[in-house]
Design a protein around this ligand. Sequence first.
Ligand code: R5P
Length: 296
Amino acid sequence: MPDTDAVKEAKKFYEDVPAKTPGFFLKGAGSLDWGMKNRLARIFNPNSGRTVMFAIDHGYFQGPTTGLERIDLTIVPLMYHADAIMLTRGILRTTVPPSLTKPVVMRCSGGPSILKELSNEELAVDIEDAIRMNVSAITLQVFIGGEFETRSVHNMTRLVDMGLRYGIPTMAVTAVGKDMVRDARYFRLACRICAELGAQIIKTYYVPEGFETITASCPVPIVMAGGKKIPVLDALTMAYNAIQQGASGVDMGRNIFQSDAPEAMMKVIGKVVHEDMKPQDAYELYETLKNEAEKS
Ligand code: R5P
């Protein structure tokens, strides 16, 4: 039976009681194997328990979207300032120097373009190729409530099984259909389904009301998705709030590479994520770094 109870007060999320993490610093990872933990510890900083992941995989269904026209020229230099990079195998193999030692989170689903129904995805990478490219995690979209919901969930469970075979964590991205309501109730449902069915990391969107109930009711780390470009201070505030409300990091793309000063933006997001820097302080630092970059 679907949970029809929308009243937050009726539920006990114990948002202020962190989940215990016996044996490892990341929520839900204590019973995983050594290789899986080691890969997670490359993505998530073991000191802060958090990550700044840089999402540049948009081309897998959008083509050369704004800011990603020339990844070699404008994006590769930014990768050195991220904790992890999320991208397709095509861009990794063609454009990213193999000397870059940042952990790779590889996009493993695909199929429809923006011209078609996006939930109609299939797995699009063989696990052997992911291993060959030394990835630290594999990732795909999961369309809870979407037209091809079951297919995308099945894609995820197959990817989780392949990843478990070789010690590679799977990050499930909760994709929301155009007509669906983006609220805490929906994301609690989507995140919990992905975690229950085996994903070791969940990427999901921030919601202003009740985000802490999403992180509290999800037994694995959540990283906040960035979404469309918004003003710098708003993006920093959103990242700050997500972290304070239990997210284990962010996975942002457009709010970094479409900003006026992408390197400065990446650096200050790092301060917000790892050092709990307040949004206004981070914004002022962003302006300072941006001005310095313009002068040099
Ligand atoms: C989902 O469609 C992909 O992972 C996106 O490419 C990624 O989430 C986009 O990041 P952002 O919304 O921060 O640009």
